[in-house]
Write a protein that binds this ligand. Sequence first.
Ligand code: ZN
Length: 512
Amino acid sequence: MSRSSSVRLALPRRQVCIHGHFYQPPRENPWTGLIERQESAGNFHDWNERIAAECYVPNTEARVVGPDEEVLKRVNNYSWISFNFGPTLMMWLEKSNPKAYEKIIAADQESFLRLNGHGNAIAQAFVHLILPLADPRDQKTVIHWGISDFKRRFGRAPEALWLPETACDDQVLKLLIDFKMKYAILAPSQAERVRLLAPAGPWKDVSEGSIDPKRPYRWFDPSSERRRFIDLFFYDGPISAAVSFEKLMSDSKVCADRIIQAFGDLKKDGLVSIATDGELYGHHHKFAEMGLAYLVDKELPSRKIEVVNYGYFLSRRQTEWEVEIKAGPQGLGTSWSCSHGVGRWFLDCGCGSEGKSQKWRTPLRQALNVLKSRLDGLTDKAGEGLFKDVWAAREDYGEIIGEDVPQLPASFTRRHLLKNSPSELEKARQLMEIQKFALYMFTSCGWFFSDIAGLEATQNLKYARRAMEIAREISGEDFELEFLEILAQALGNDLKFPDGKTVYQNLVRQSV
Ligand SMILES: [Zn+2]
């Protein structure tokens, strides 16, 4: 057989990548660093503990069960799926469940060896905020912090960074290129149009979610003459939705059949990619972690389907298509969990309403935006003459933010400070903490749910209060009055706490 005919006869490889986005918002009381009892978590102390017991831990040793319910083996699912963990959640897990934490790190190392230097873990923006709604300096900081945190934990550079809520626009993709990310994962609904790269074909409209998700796409920075680019994967919408909302993973055989169907008549190596919240494996769907283990260990291999991750797939297949993404309403970008672009995080758009009004969403964001500009102004003023460049220092604060920081380490102060008396060192530390809380207060979960009196919005307001308190300590300036004036316009649904101001006065001030 000639060489050319053997090439022609090689069958396209069928590969699967399952991505889990593992994330909980930070729940620690910003005054004590401790998580308080959360009644709604039932028998558990708080939601972190509950979800760890139902999901994060079981996925490190998921049972593969035989026909007579006997346990055949245990699989560390993280070795087989692409995943990201929220850095603040990892911080918590490292302390509260070091064994599971170590297994997650080990799973990345195992996959790194198996898949030719492409580990399963990818980074996440350090603060889970909606990147297109943040200003460019803050976008850069939370991405930088996320990458620093990843390197420290996983001992290598990440190939990609999970965008909170997959929220993105051109500016965010440009930043990912600046940070040398090789690819990003988006929802199929975020693509606008595609074309063949070489020779350049005609543009094809895919804005109705019709993009073929089985291949990677190249996105070029439109402002760059050098044609800088990043590759994008769009996950398979229908299968991912079936895993999320129809419990598809509770029957691995049915799931594998759906995947086979999705490959269709494959002409080249193809990837079926499924991306969902990681918590559905065991927390939202009981025993789904076992379905996942059976799928990757038995059903897919028996159908000669390889389980890989995006980085590995990309290293073995050329990117032959180009894509442009949607600008979204008002040019503010798009996301995976709001059909109104990123409206869910600042508008009464209807998403996640549970029949309630979300008129509170806009004033909540306005109040926090105004407060942020005050805190940034203070940081500029107080940082002048104290730091060489206070914003460059904030970038590097990401290297120590995961630790308890009673005082700034010498390596940091040598690099960034102009003065070093004890009171100046303390003031510098306080300024960095103001900035940390000023970013935490934009955690997207604060807008995601139906009411401003909920745990998540209240948590954001606690961060705001803590930032204001430190600001008052070091400058005497008080931003609370102005903040509460705007917050009073955030009309909620709870008769006891009808607006943002009442929530703040009763649920936030009381918590100290
Ligand atoms: Zn929406």
